[in-house]
Design a protein around this ligand. Sequence first.
Ligand code: 6GU
Length: 220
Amino acid sequence: MKIDVVTLFPGWFEWFTQQRHVQNAQVLGHELDFVDLRASTPLNAGQVDDTPYGGGAGMVMRVDVVEAALRERYGTAPPPHRTIALSPGGRRFDDALATELAAEPALTLLCGRYEGFDERVHEHLATDVVSIGPYVLSGGELAAMVVMDAVMRKLPGVLGHEDSALEESFSEALEGAPEYPHYTRPFDWRGHTVPDVLLSGDHARIREWRLERSRERGRS
Ligand code: 6GU
C-alpha cells in the first residue's frame, strides 16, 4: 500500500516514521510519503489559507492550494484513489473503516489546519471526511497518524505476530466488542490471582470464557 500525507507540517511525522512497525511496513514494500502543502502553493509568499467568507475568526485552507498540491503529486485532482480529509466534523473513525482502508492500494490523507479546509475540498477533492473523535485537535496531523497506525497494523506481516490483529478489540472475530482481559505471570500478584479457566488447558472453554468477557465489556 502507498500512503501519501499532505500536510503543512511534514516535520510532525519524523518521530512516527521512526517507529518499529512503521519501519516494518516499509521493509515489506509499503510506502509512506509526505507532501508539503506549502511547497506547491500557486499563491505568493507561501500563502495557503485565507479569511472566511461570511466573516468570523480564524483562517480557512484554500481549495486551489490543495488542488495544486494534488496535481503536482498525481497529475490530476482529485487523486486517482481513496482520499481522506481529516476534519473534526467528519465520519467517526473506527475499526471497520481501518479494515476497509487497509484493503486500498493507495491512500492520500489531507491534514487540515486552522479552521479547517474550504468545504469544496471535502466535496470535490476527497472521497471521505474522517474524524478520530469528538474533540478538536490543532490540526489533522495527529489524526492522520492515528489512522495510519490503525491501518498499517492490519497489513499482513507488519505486526510481529500474524494473529494479533485478527482477534482484537472491535474486530469481527469479537463481534465488534472490546477485547477480553489478558493475564500473564505471576499467577498470584499480592493475592490477586489469574482466572482458573485460563490454566485449565481446555481451549474450547477458554475461547468461550474470552468471548463472554468480551461481550460483557461490549455491553458496558
Ligand atoms: Cl481529523 N482533525 C482535527 N483538527 N481535530 C480532530 C480530528 C481531526 N478528529 C478529532 N478531532
